[in-house]
Design a protein around this ligand. Structure first.
Ligand code: KDO
Length: 335
């Protein structure tokens, strides 16, 4: 089921957020409060980039106040909170936006984005204008910049002696934790697995107790969350070059002066770029570290995964919501 936020509720939220945003001033107490909620950890490169790059660039007029690990707003509840004026910012995903606007599922489909540069080209292309306008006008959420999370890989408890994954058929019956939205669950199915919805904060325990067989995330996340302690193998499917958006309440944005808006935009772009470079570097260096931890890491039959995932998406209810011609435009921006 796709959630729909009513226009009336969105307008109420914009007004509420505008009141908060009205109190900008010189003293610390009067600074514009920018609370950001993320399900990521404090050491995740996106969090680090926001704290070390974004925060100082807006410090003159805004107080940046992050909360991590889904502690204040649980994973998946942040957009509602922004929309209602209870939160100013989040690091959100296309999968979460697809709950409100199904067409965002085009950015959640496996093997569509090719790499980090392709994500940036897509985000800055006019093809994004309608998507951004919809999120602003109907949900009260402005997407400032695109962050790179990385290439998602399948990470399993089973030792490769018990399960060697070559094609999607090898994942049949594998209880794969995926985050809890329809778009994520479908990706798990498209990979051939049996997906189980679960918040990110519960994954380590679920892997250690065997409540799930595995999870999918980019290598930097596997290391940051220490999933290598409770799993045995990583299958390099690279099934989704995953992204997040830096999101801010539209009412908060509209309450800022043009100069402040320019500073926030510049700071978000700089943080996204810094996080992207660090994440890319980590992604290319971590295989050796993970092998040292005893993990087996290998590439499956990538063509088999790509073919199955792409054809399942094209036949799905998701593809039926993708605006005409957008997939071709996305593909044309890649290599
Ligand atoms: C996850 O829950 O697997 C996921 O990778 C989904 C992303 O959209 C993002 O929210 C991320 O978790 C968290 O920030 C933790 O890294």
């Amino acid at each position: 089921m796709f959630k729909k936020f009513s226009r009336r509720a969105a307008v109420t939220a914009l007004v509420a957020a505008g009141v908060v945003a009205g109190s900008t001033g010189a003293s610390f107490a009067d600074k514009l409060q920018l609370r950001l909620a993320t399900s990521g950890s404090e050491t995740d490169q996106r969090s680090v980039a926001m704290a070390e790059v974004f925060a100082p660039m807006v410090a003159e007029f805004a107080s940046y106040e992050p909360s991590y690990n889904g502690t204040i707003f649980a994973q998946g509840t942040e957009l509602d909170a922004i929309s209602r004026g209870n939160l100013e910012m989040s690091i959100t995903s296309a999968q979460e936006l697809a709950q409100f606007f199904p067409e965002f599922s085009i950015f959640t489909a496996g093997y569509v984005h090719q790499d980090a540069a392709h994500q940036v080209a897509v985000f800055n292309d006019p093809l994004m204008d309608d998507f951004k306008a919809k999120a602003e006008d109907e949900l009260g959420v402005k997407l400032l910049s695109v962050m790179y999370l990385g290439r998602r890989q399948v990470n399993l408890r089973q030792s490769p002696d018990d399960l060697k994954v070559s094609t999607p058929a090898d994942l049949a019956g594998v209880n794969l934790r995926m985050p809890g939205t329809d778009a994520w669950q479908f990706l798990g199915k498209a990979l051939g697995a049996a997906p189980t919805p679960m918040a990110f904060s519960e994954v380590y325990t679920a892997l250690s107790t065997g409540a799930v067989d595995g999870q999918d995330n980019p290598l930097p996340t596997v290391v940051d969350a220490k999933f290598y302690e409770v799993t045995n193998q990583i299958v390099l499917t690279s099934h989704l070059v995953d992204l997040n958006y830096i999101a801010i309440g539209k009412g908060v944005w509209d309450g800022m002066s043009a100069d402040q808006q320019a500073m926030v935009q510049k700071a978000a772009d700089a943080a996204a770029e810094s996080g992207r470079q660090k994440q890319l570097e980590k992604e290319s260096n971590l295989v050796a570290f993970l092998k040292d931890q005893g993990m087996t890491i290998y590439e499956p039959d990538l063509a088999a995964f790509r073919n199955q995932v792409q054809s399942m998406y094209l036949d799905s209810e998701f593809a039926a919501t993708w605006p005409e011609g957008v997939l071709d435009k996305i593909n044309a921006l890649g290599n």
